[in-house]
Design a binder for this molecule. Sequence first.
Ligand SMILES: C[S@@+](CC[C@H](N)C(=O)[O-])C[C@H]1O[C@@H](n2cnc3c(N)ncnc32)[C@H](O)[C@@H]1O
Length: 472
Amino acid sequence: MRIFQLSSGDLVADRRASYAAVLAQEADHAAAAELMEQALELRPGWAAGWCLLGDYRLEAGDGAGAITAYRELARLDAEGQFGAALKLAALGAAPPPRGTEIAYVESLFDDYAARFETKLLVGLDYQAPAQLSRLIEDALAGRGIEQVGRALDLGCGTGLMGERLRRRASFVEGIDLSGEMVELAQRKGIYDRLEKAELTAFLAVHAGGVDLVTAADVLNYCGALPPILASVFPRLVPGGLFAFTLERHEGPEPMVLRPSLRYAHGEDAMRAACREAGFEIISVGTAPLRRDRGEPVMGLLVLLSRPAALDASYDLTRGPDEPMAQQKVPEQTIDALDARGPGGGEPRLDHREDAAAIERGLQRQIGRRSGAAFQVGGDVLVEDRTKLPVNDQVAAALQQAAIETGVPADMGQQRRQEAEGFRGGAVDRPGKLGAQPLETEGEQRVLAGKVRIEGGAAYSAATRMSSTVMAS
Ligand SMILES: C[S@@+](CC[C@H](N)C(=O)[O-])C[C@H]1O[C@@H](n2cnc3c(N)ncnc32)[C@H](O)[C@@H]1O
């Protein structure tokens, strides 16, 4: 959907907006903004009009005026389709939104889908899929692997990455937020399975057992890396690969939101986040990903591996191919945990609703490092003693856990609001999760999660939280 094609519903306002567009094309942005103001006098509730007004003011050098317009846009467009939150954040007028601005990215790529390949490949010298493909080919060749079993292409778009994965994986799955992009990928017939989904939401419920995960030119729309890394890690088989690109930021900040409304990441912070999440860094390269407004966009090409033998509490909840619904709580959780580690093998879970085992297992896992978990009635509580405030990782873990509990199917605004709610205080409703920062003797303690659900799902959700807390 192209915002300047949306009608205000008023002929005169539309005509003024059309003139404004012509003036903007002629680079007279101040005059364009003035005309848009006049259009909005007739239709003050026209969200797309406020978006255009903000853009024209910004181009005209009126940052304060742009902020005013985007604030009005944010008020009118609660879903976030026009990206007001990102626009305000890019101008320093609001904190960056947590995670992907789902409605904005979906609408952006739905609109872009039909032109995407021509524009990127021909016009913008788009390189990301070819570059990642070379990394992957080299890594597989180095390991003497001709073909892997399962590949998962996050943000698959129209399938440019999938085309390259096809000959290297016997099963190729693609997911993308944009239904239009997925539709075009579908027509190519290169994926064994496609789904329209947000990537962290998808990974939270995916069965795992993936040999290779890719994200070509995707994570620059998603913001902070730790929640994404924490989502991908448990879905990979030990030894599995994760290849992705980022836009490279060279300043001291770990991550910045650019005027393009895409994020760029610093290499040092990226490396630290990958290690923190438990990945082994196989290689990090630097190369132009594509052009933007005539300039090359420098990127980081990253190849990670999930180490072959790892004490990852995540995996305790399921076997590689076991779907969520069939997860069961182990009778011998403690024994299985103790048996784990190099050479310890994958413990399988085969008993249900053993609340004491949940508690002991979590307590042992988390107590070792940074927190504790305990069960009260139907609740599994996970407490983080890392002295960190509720941070993005925890919030993301809570969101993931919320998905596992079957709580909101709408992953957009509602999830963000819930994450905000978690920061604010405990939520105590069946199937809801809460986080409550507690101050105790000068030490900041955080009740990271509270789950009121049953059996395996509770175990899984709480374990997921605990492993994220441990990584934070
Ligand atoms: C620039 S395109 C790249 C598409 C494809 N990977 C390629 O290389 O041609 C970015 C894609 O990522 C998708 N995307 C961005 N954020 C996403 C998220 N959080 N979950 C799923 N898809 C996402 C967009 O919808 C878009 O199709």
